[in-house]
Write a protein that binds this ligand. Structure first.
Ligand SMILES: Cc1cc2nc3c(=O)[nH]c(=O)nc-3n(C[C@H](O)[C@H](O)[C@H](O)COP(=O)(O)O)c2cc1C
Length: 287
């Protein structure tokens, strides 16, 4: 549908944004509210290259405030963010992941942490001791931190910034804990690089709602066909060059190399084997 508002014609169908996000038409029927922020969310993208322009501290503080407006399980508020301003600490973190130079070069680097420690401290302050190191405590803190992180990313994008979450720092959780002096039961969920984007970036096409949104009951009977079609839509927009096929020494070269082949290959090498150990050594029982 096309509406005239203030003399300019505005599409309220979200069709262009939907196609950009999913590579296929949304085929919406009926009237929809025209919400620019929704368009921006549909068009969101990760940025890994940043302009020299610094991010003003008051803006960053505002964005972090908005981030902590995220929902919180039981209002326990078990997330913490660490803004890594100190150059030496930043370089030590960047050195942990040399194949991701944006960790060192981004104007801003934050680490979003699950924080199951604060609730225990508050318990001690109020003389009500509790054990927040079980799987539930860990999970609640991880979810709170993830929600705060994503709210930060969306808020930052609204302000014209671009972001890149960095979860590979978890592969070096002991070193991260030492560099950031994390107490027991505070663990990194992900870092976030932020800055004004140097390039427009590109939209990473998502699986269709047919696969991700279920009605009344879980239903994946059409998964194989839907994923094939998605692979081909995605490939038509940006096909991976042959040299980017993952681990050809193990899997060989595929004549058609779609997203699903790439992700299936990637998932044969599990990450994060050290993380359970790290968590147990730092007070989580995870039972
Ligand atoms: C929890 C999480 C961790 C991520 N970790 C990394 C990372 O370590 N390094 C990186 O370059 N990108 C990382 N990303 C960015 C993803 O690669 C990116 O979100 C994905 O490719 C989809 O692209 P899009 O965000 O542009 O839609 C991470 C994203 C999330 C949500």
């Amino acid at each position: 549908m096309v509406r005239v508002r203030g003399g300019c014609r505005m599409s309220t169908s979200y069709e262009a944004e939907w196609v950009a996000r999913f590579g296929e038409e949304g085929r919406f029927t009926g009237d929809l509210p025209d919400l620019p922020w929704l368009r921006q969310i549909l068009l969101r993208r990760t940025h890994r290259r940043y302009a020299e322009r610094p991010v003003a501290e008051p803006l960053l503080r505002l964005l972090l405030g908005a981030a902590f407006a995220a929902s919180s399980k039981s209002d326990f508020q078990q997330a913490s963010a660490i803004w890594v301003k100190n150059r030496n600490q930043r370089e030590r973190l960047a050195a942990l992941v040399p194949d991701m130079p944006w960790v060192g070069s981004a104007p801003v680097f934050l680490v979003f942490c699950g924080d199951a420690h604060r609730l225990e401290r508050i318990g001690r302050l109020r003389d009500h001791c509790q054990d927040n190191g079980r799987l539930e405590g860990f999970f609640n803190a991880a979810i709170d931190a993830a929600l705060v992180m994503q709210t930060f990313i969306l808020a930052a994008e609204t302000a014209g910034l671009g972001c890149c979450p960095i979860s590979v720092i978890r592969n070096h959780a002991d070193a991260v804990a030492e560099i950031l002096r994390l107490p027991e039961k505070v663990f990194p969920v992900a870092g976030v690089c932020a800055g004004y984007p140097a390039l427009p970036g590109h939209i990473s096409m998502r699986l269709p709602s047919q696969v991700t949104v279920h009605t009344d009951q879980y239903d994946d009977k059409h998964l194989a066909q839907a994923v094939d079609a998605y692979d081909h839509r995605r490939d038509a927009r940006y096909s991976l060059p042959r040299e980017q096929q993952r681990s050809p020494d193990i899997f060989g070269y595929a004549s058609f190399y779609g997203w699903s082949e790439d992700k299936a290959r990637q998932a044969t090498r599990p990450e994060g084997q050290c993380f359970p150990c790290h968590l147990r050594a730092r007070g989580f029982t995870l039972d």
